[in-house]
Design a protein around this ligand. Structure first.
Ligand SMILES: [Zn+2]
Length: 315
């Protein structure tokens, strides 16, 4: 347990589960979910992956060998108070994904981009100059302790509720500028697309959809980028819930239904299809030396990535 959250007279725990080698010299993957309390499906994806790994540890010698050279970190429910209350925000009304001390200098959408008007409105960042919320702080502490300072690490934060397709977002959310590790993200996309030819994800920088203030991953990424000896890539899985709404229009009348697939067989299919992505990230981190580009290869990935995602002509 890394934190305790007060919620309507109760105290709810924020759990952390770590598997594998704690040595900071080995790569790591962190799986996070439930930052937004309503988005239960992400929590279930991460829990299903953890459960399957723990079961396999009993017999799978290859997995045991992999974990001798890899750290896996799970924080499957960052905002237990939000889940308990069925709200996106935490019990203080703060949207944790708008809560980090990072400001967009560009034009963010009104309210959605994060604001300090009132905790009664969605996407509230918290009061000016207030410390980060307990849950946001716990997430940042875990990322710094477990993922920073390693030669290579990936974080995956699972969300739902945006758009009709499943998306994989990389930073920035606060700026349309490309990140320093854009070539690494492009190389990762390429090995994923090569080995999963029929995948249905849209891979893109979050800034292609909308900009926000206070994004926790932008904040963590910008502080990690000071350390040139390590590569930290935070990714967000955004499960496109509008598909489920289209298939079952009655869901639109239930607030929970917009964010979570309500029908059980559909939910199982959602879990199965995304576990392949979580498993891919684990393998990619394990074998990062085999695909992280260097030298001229890195320059080539940078050019291709700028062309693909930032609308710049190739030179
Ligand atoms: Zn979310």
């Amino acid at each position: 347990m890394v934190a305790e959250v007060a919620c309507g007279g109760r105290t709810l725990p924020v759990h952390l589960v770590c598997l594998g080698n704690a040595d900071p010299g080995v790569p790591a993957v962190g799986f996070f979910a439930g930052v937004h309390g309503l988005e239960r499906i992400g929590v279930e994806v991460v829990m299903a992956h953890l459960e399957s790994l723990v079961r396999r540890l009993r017999w799978d010698s290859e997995l045991n060998r992999q974990l001798e050279q890899l750290r896996l970190v799970f924080m499957p429910l960052v905002n237990p108070g939000g889940l308990w209350r069925g709200t996106r925000a935490n019990p203080n009304g703060v949207d944790l994904m708008r809560n980090a001390p990072i400001e967009s200098q560009e034009s963010v959408p009104w309210l959605l981009g994060g604001h300090r008007i009132s905790a009664n409105l969605p996407w509230f960042r918290g009061r000016e100059a207030a410390p980060m919320e307990i849950e946001s702080q716990a997430l940042c502490d875990v990322v710094r302790a477990e993922l920073f300072g390693r030669p290579f690490s990936i974080a995956l934060d699972c969300h739902s509720g945006f758009g009709a397709t499943d998306r994989i977002w990389f930073p920035f959310a606060h700026s349309t500028r490309p990140i320093f590790h854009l070539p690494e993200v492009h190389a990762l996309s390429q090995i994923f697309e090569d080995s999963h030819t029929h995948h249905r994800y849209v891979l893109e920088p979050q800034s292609r959809q909308y900009l926000t203030h206070g994004d926790l991953w932008d904040y963590l990424y910008t502080t990690s980028a000071d350390d040139a000896s390590s590569t930290f890539i935070p990714l967000t899985l955004e499960l496109g819930s509008w598909l489920w709404v289209k298939k079952n229009p009655r869901q639109i009348f239930s607030r929970e239904g917009i964010f979570n697939p309500l029908i059980e067989h559909r939910q199982k299919r959602v879990l199965r299809s995304h576990i392949a992505w979580l498993d891919f990230l684990t393998r990619a981190a394990s074998s990062y030396r085999g695909w992280v580009p260097t030298g001229a290869d890195r320059d080539r990935h940078l050019k291709q990535a700028l062309n693909r995602w930032y609308g710049r002509p190739q030179r």
